[in-house]
Design a protein around this ligand. Structure first.
Ligand code: GLA
Ligand code: ZN
Length: 669
């Protein structure tokens, strides 16, 4: 594989020169040099410019841009331009348009208006990919292939007739027989038994609740369909270009729920992703960190590429606050801390027209004479100084299990409580660990867990026997395993495991739950421990649990209400490890205390001791280690560290001073 430039943290972003007159390109290159840009992503939305009418191609402008970038030493992540078809295509072939759950056609006029199952769209997209790969495979600027863009962002699920046919084929492959499908979907319920494949439809709008396994399979089908399309594009590229890495930009923002990236990641030569800070979240910076740990998990622990983020405001929230001064640098370093070796932005130059004209960019509307562009230049220079970090990995002794199928199933219709949210369950534990300077790898349940001292299993509602056994094996081998409420309840077909919850983990935990008692949205329940343990409040969930093993000890119990006296937190030694079970969502203080006890018992230390609001993460390689200190507060702080700070350029020790909203990256020793 041709190596991606690795002497620096790669720095750049989406470049859309077709939006600008030719004269602007020269200024672009001058400013890219000034800012230290080392790569751009080119051509993401260029189909209508590259093929202005069917079969008529115009590559002259792209040739020129590629040549200019090569002359200036800027590497290109070249897109296949298949993310959005040109208007002539949708006009000639309206059958490629996606259809929503209510049967409404999604018309062209925006972007990504194509049905994921359309063979016609796929043929036309592959033909374009073929042209582009044939033309640019040996261009000196080419460093990476960028297939499509943010698959599924707008066109999944599609409920059209083409998808109906493709779904039936997918189901035939999965189940082999209608009997197997009827069994898996539980169609004995509500007279849903199918007698022919053609009777099966996408889960379109219906009278009331859809069959949950039907809906779950439709999510699996959507992810598989797009993955198949990605593979087809990659294959076309490979016919021309065998040694240039191929990627597509994921959306691992943890609220995005449409693709099973654990299936997608092995198909990427480099895992790349996009991330935007969502202002409406209660803890946006903690979400950013979670996303980094998840992306690193997808990359198998190896460094990954942040393909897009924003220098400041986005344009797609109801209100789009600007990042505070220093926010561009601080957010970027938070990604690098968690394993990003490339910092890409959407986009190079802020558009003056179109839907994203108020989305920030590396070059803002105000131009180069602006504080934001000066901060961008500073970040570009810093990315150069961070070159020594490239290729290193991130220290983590805690695994947090994350599974897209469990997320889909939990979000399905008719659950005990719509207030139980998979993302919240995982984020809460992750955030409280992050507050304590402890980094998690966010990984698939099928990952080898043997090297972790702690394994957190947050609300893993759906789990296979195999994955449940792996969690148990990790505990027996010495890990502290923490399982939280509503885990292990269902099989991969979303059938409830009988005999008491949390079915798949009941034996490991020595706990059996007879009935769920979900809490109302604002409801809380008092929790109390034995004299030595602090109490607090539980939210969202409670359940009628009893310990079934003599060595399962209740550390917290409900102190009021119908469950008074029943255990809410249990701890059970299992061979060399310990299995913990949490049946509610305690307040931050209480849960933080529980986690501290668990970390102490497991022998997990923080990356460094840091004041509240100061994030600490360590990257390490054979050459040494780097402590990232990210001060998200408005007050300067000090953290114990000694070595060379790559941000300030100073030798530091025994503490590193970090300004308000500033950062340090200390090469230790
Ligand atoms: C996504 C897309 C970009 C742009 C940004 C805006 O990441 O890939 O084209 O629309 O969102 O935030
Ligand atoms: Zn469709």
């Amino acid at each position: 594989m041709r190596p991606w430039p690795s002497d620096r943290v790669a720095f750049g972003g989406d470049y859309n020169p077709e939006q600008w007159p030719r004269a602007t390109w020269d200024e672009d290159l001058r400013l890219m040099r000034a800012a230290g840009v080392s790569f751009v992503t080119l051509g993401v939305f260029s189909w209508s410019w590259l093929e202005p009418s069917k079969g008529e191609y115009d590559f002259a402008w792209l040739d020129e841009v590629m040549d200019l970038l090569a002359e200036h030493g800027i590497a290109v992540d070249l897109a296949t331009a298949t993310a959005t078809p040109p208007p002539w295509l949708s006009a000639a072939y309206p059958e490629i348009l996606p259809v929503d759950r209510e049967g409404r056609t999604l018309w062209p006029g925006s972007r990504q208006a194509w049905c994921p199952s359309s063979p016609l769209y796929r043929d036309l997209a592959l033909a374009l990919t073929d042209r582009i790969a044939a033309r640019y495979h040996d261009h000196p600027a080419l460093a990476m292939w960028h297939v499509s863009n943010e698959y599924a962002c707008h066109n999944l699920p599609c409920y059209c007739d083409t998808c109906a046919v493709a779904f039936r084929r997918w189901l035939e492959r999965r189940y082999g027989s209608l009997d197997a499908l009827n069994e898996a979907w539980g169609t004995a319920f509500w007279s849903q038994r199918y007698s022919a494949w053609d009777e099966v439809l996408p889960p379109r709008i219906t009278t009331t609740f859809s069959n949950p396994t039907h809906v779950l399979d439709y999510s699996r089908f959507g992810s598989d369909t797009l993955l198949d399309f990605y593979r087809a594009e990659k294959e076309v590229i490979r016919r021309h270009s065998s040694d240039v890495p191929v990627t597509t930009n994921f959306m691992t923002l943890s609220q995005f729920r449409l693709l099973d990236y654990h299936d997608w990641a092995p198909e990427q030569d480099v895992v790349s992703t996009d991330h935007y800070v969502v202002d409406s979240l209660a803890h946006p910076q903690a979400e950013l960190s979670f996303h980094g740990d998840l992306t690193r998990g997808l990359a198998g622990g190896r460094p990954w590429m942040l393909m897009e983020h924003s220098t400041s405001a986005v344009n797609w929230q109801p209100v789009n606050p600007a990042k505070p001064p220093r926010g561009t640098v601080l957010d970027s370093l938070a990604h690098v801390a968690r394993g990003a070796d490339a910092l890409g932005f959407f986009q190079w130059r802020q558009s003056r027209a179109g839907s994203e004209k108020f989305h920030s960019a590396l070059v803002p509307h105000a131009g180069e004479d602006s504080d934001r562009f000066r901060e961008v230049c500073e970040l570009g220079a810093l990315a150069g100084r961070l070159g020594e970090v490239v290729g290193s990995t991130v220290d983590a002794e805690v695994a947090l299990l994350w599974d897209y199928e469990a997320q889909w199933a939990l979000a399905g219709p008719c659950m005990p409580s719509a207030a139980v949210d998979y993302v919240t369950a995982a984020h809460t534990v992750h955030r409280l660990l992050r507050d304590r300077g402890v980094t998690c790898d966010v990984v698939h349940p099928g990952t080898d867990l043997s090297r972790y001292r702690v394994v957190v299993v947050p609300t893993l509602y759906l789990v296979s026997d195999e994955h449940a056994a792996a969690v148990e094996a990790a505990a027996r081998a010495g890990a502290h395993v923490l399982v939280t409420y509503l885990s292990g309840v269902a099989t991969p077909d979303d059938h409830v495991r009988l005999g008491g919850y949390p079915g798949a983990f009941r034996d490991l935990l020595g706990v059996r739950v007879e009935e769920f008692f979900p809490l109302r949205v604002e409801e809380e329940v008092a929790l109390a421990g034995p004299a030595s343990t602090a109490g607090g409040r539980g939210r969202t969930w409670s359940e009628d649990a009893r310990t079934t093993a003599e060595d399962a000890e209740a550390l917290l119990a409900y102190a009021e209400g119908p469950l008074a006296g029943r255990p809410a937190l249990t701890r059970r030694p299992v061979e060399d490890g310990v299995a913990w079970y949490l049946g509610t969502l305690p307040d931050d203080d209480l849960l933080g205390g529980v986690l501290e006890r668990l970390l102490t018992e497991a022998g997990v230390a923080p990356a460094a001791r840091a004041p509240a609001g100061v994030e600490v993460v360590r990257r390490r390689s054979q050459e040494g280690s780097w402590l990232f200190v990210l001060n998200h507060t408005g007050t300067a702080c000090e953290v114990a560290a000694a070595g060379h700070d790559l941000v300030s350029g100073r030798e530091v020790g025994p503490v590193v001073p970090v300004p308000a909203r500033g950062a340090a990256v200390v090469r230790e020793g």
